[in-house]
Design a protein around this ligand. Structure first.
Ligand SMILES: NC(=O)c1ccc[n+]([C@@H]2O[C@H](COP(=O)([O-])OP(=O)(O)OC[C@H]3O[C@@H](n4cnc5c(N)ncnc54)[C@H](OP(=O)(O)O)[C@@H]3O)[C@@H](O)[C@H]2O)c1
Length: 236
């Protein structure tokens, strides 16, 4: 599996890159500057010299040619960047982890982007891609701390069952992450907006809390068993 991460030089993208590479995924960190991406890559590798991380750095265009692509830019850059790379993103699973959030005074507040969520906005500019929303609630710092497990459920939503399945398969590679099929892209607005609440709670309690849904039986580890019986309503 080869994953490209657009905007992968930031804390979220580089943290996810490190975590995925630590479980054997080949990852290309993308950036507007190939040099910056290579520097980020070197920094991650230097932090974990004993791990043989299959990471490289390139410009966003090169990263967009990976088998599966994650969008990890600030929310207001997502659609313009995706539109510029649309030719490379056609017919592929594209995961959006972007949250539209603004600091208002001392509070982090969710914004309502066009189409209600960043994942839906991304799907609109990439009509032939299979867009999924995922990884919104995972703190970058926890993703990057490879000496600790990331203990969380990952809420995944998409209008395409194939995208839910591919994203779930990726999530399942990481121990202690459990993929949850959260439905169609109509769920993305609530999932993304909840990130602001989680960040606010983490600021208040100086914590790195993630989310765990109790009472969801998804099979041995994650969605594998669950997806087999999942309703296809809302998915194509
Ligand atoms: N931080 C977290 O804990 C976390 C967790 C889950 C999800 N998220 C979401 O993940 C996304 C990235 O978060 P982050 O904290 O890593 O953000 P960030 O550091 O602000 O941005 C990530 C990267 O995006 C690129 N970028 C910035 N402005 C751009 C523009 N106008 N056009 C194209 N690329 C641009 C930059 O890379 P180059 O300059 O190298 O191109 C930057 O390093 C956000 O949408 C956030 O809501 C964050």
């Amino acid at each position: 599996m080869h994953v490209g991460i657009l905007g992968g030089t930031g804390p979220a993208g580089s943290g996810l890159a490190a975590r995925l590479a630590s479980v054997g995924v080949e990852v290309t960190i993308g950036s507007r500057s190939a040099e910056r991406a290579q520097q980020t890559c070197a920094t991650v590798k230097q932090r974990w010299p004993d791990l043989d991380l299959a990471l490289d750095g390139a410009d966003n265009e090169a990263a967009s040619q990976a088998e599966l692509v994650v969008v990890a830019t600030p929310w207001d850059a997502v659609t313009s960047m995706a539109a510029a790379l649309a030719d490379h993103l056609e017919d592929k699973v594209i995961i959006s982890m972007a949250n539209a959030i603004a600091m208002v005074g001392t509070e982090l507040q969710p914004l309502i982007p066009p189409r209600g969520s960043m994942a839906a906005a991304l799907q609109a500019v990439l009509p032939t891609s299979l867009v999924a929303g995922a990884f919104h609630h995972l703190p970058a710092r926890s993703l990057a701390a490879l000496d600790h497990p990331v203990d969380s459920d990952v809420m995944i939503c998409s209008d395409h069952l194939a995208a839910i399945q591919a994203t779930s398969n990726l999530v399942e590679l990481v121990p202690d992450l459990r993929p949850i099929d959260a439905g169609s892209l109509s769920s993305a607005a609530a999932i993304e907006a909840f990130t602001a609440v989680l960040l606010q709670v983490n600021r208040r309690y100086r914590s790195h809390a993630t989310i765990r849904l109790r009472g969801v039986k998804t099979g041995a580890k994650g969605v594998g068993g669950g997806l087999a019986g999942v309703e296809t309503e809302g998915h194509q």
